[in-house]
Ligand binder design. Structure first.
Ligand code: ATP
Ligand code: ZN
Length: 293
């Protein structure tokens, strides 16, 4: 039988074409072993070694493309997913593109608490979330929808305050604004359409998730190696916050062993100090590319 490849079995994944999420998403995809090039020039990119094609879009459009099933998966900020009120499933939070949607008003002005905003005008690119926030507070506001440079609007007297994405807060300060409330904490999410996928595609999604989980776990972990006197093994084992029991290898030098294990990165410095005082030496820490548990 002559079987041609059924293109509908390819997973179609939406990513941001050009912006703050692009490099990190591309790095993640490369990091989980998906190979492709020329993504800067094309809107659709075939990958070489995984049954995936990438669609490069404006981030605002991604929730809808995934909702409508034009793309099966998408990488996009929670801010866009919730602003578009998209009917999609959030599969994973991805720990990059972190920011928050906040209300900010001129520093030391009259607007300090939610009630002060009654009848005021707020400029935003996030009308749905902003409106919902004030509705929940029982406060009536007028929204001016603006697609960029929202932070300048109070100076131009276009609005009394703004609702905008903030990461460090530097842009707000530079524009004489003060952050007052957070509407939403956001990070990049991997989303899936709620339209039914073929069993073949669903299997691909599961394979994709195993790789993502392995990649994320690896990012949070470090491989550590050390030498230690044999009679300190038990003491050292108690210190190591390891997932599994460590590998212990005898060294040519008598009564010494090498201990290898994986630990959470955020524990490394604390653990290293404790290991040293317990008698470990030559402690080496290495990054891990990926790990499958
Ligand atoms: P596009 O052309 O794709 O519409 P954009 O200009 O709307 O791009 P970017 O500025 O590239 O979007 O931001 C993309 C996403 O990055 C945001 O939706 C948000 O999830 C995240 N992000 C992280 N930090 C910030 C920040 N300080 N300001 C804006 N977005 C941020
Ligand atoms: Zn956008």
């Amino acid at each position: 039988m002559n079987r041609t490849k059924d293109s509908s079995t390819s997973l179609r994944i939406a990513i941001q074409k050009s912006g703050r999420l692009t490099d990190k998403t591309i790095n993640l995809l490369h990091g989980i072993g998906i190979e492709f090039d020329n993504y800067k020039r094309n809107l659709m990119v075939k990958t070489r070694n995984f049954d995936v094609e990438l669609l490069l879009l404006r981030d605002d459009d991604i929730p809808e493309y995934v909702q409508d099933g034009i793309c099966d998966l998408g990488f996009v900020g929670a801010n866009e997913v919730f602003e578009k009120d998209a009917d999609v499933s959030v599969l994973r939070g991805l720990n990059y593109g972190r920011c928050r949607l906040s209300i900010a008003a001129p520093k030391n002005g009259d607007l300090q608490v939610a009630e002060d905003f009654e009848g005021k005008t707020i400029a935003t690119s996030y009308p749905f979330l902003t409106n919902k926030f004030f509705e929940d507070q029982g406060v009536n506001v007028d929204l001016v929808e603006i697609s960029g440079a929202v932070e300048i609007t109070p100076q131009l007297e276009v609005a009394d305050a703004i609702s905008d994405l903030v990461s460090t807060g530097g842009t707000l300060i530079a524009n004489g604004l003060q952050e007052l409330f957070t509407i939403l904490e956001s990070e990049t999410k991997l989303i899936q359409t709620n339209k039914e996928l073929s069993p073949g595609k669903q299997k691909l999604v599961e394979k994709f998730l195993v790789r993502i989980d392995g990649y994320q776990q690896a990012k949070k972990s470090r491989y550590i190696m050390m030498n230690a006197p044999e009679d300190k093994i038990e003491l050292i084992k108690d210190i190591i916050p390891s997932m599994k029991s460590p590998t212990i290898v005898p060294l040519a030098k008598t009564q010494m062993v090498a201990i290898h294990t994986v630990i959470p990165y955020d524990k490394f410095w604390q653990v290293m100090e404790e290991l040293k005082s317990a008698g470990a030496s030559d402690i080496v820490m290495l990054p891990i590319e990926s790990m499958i548990l």
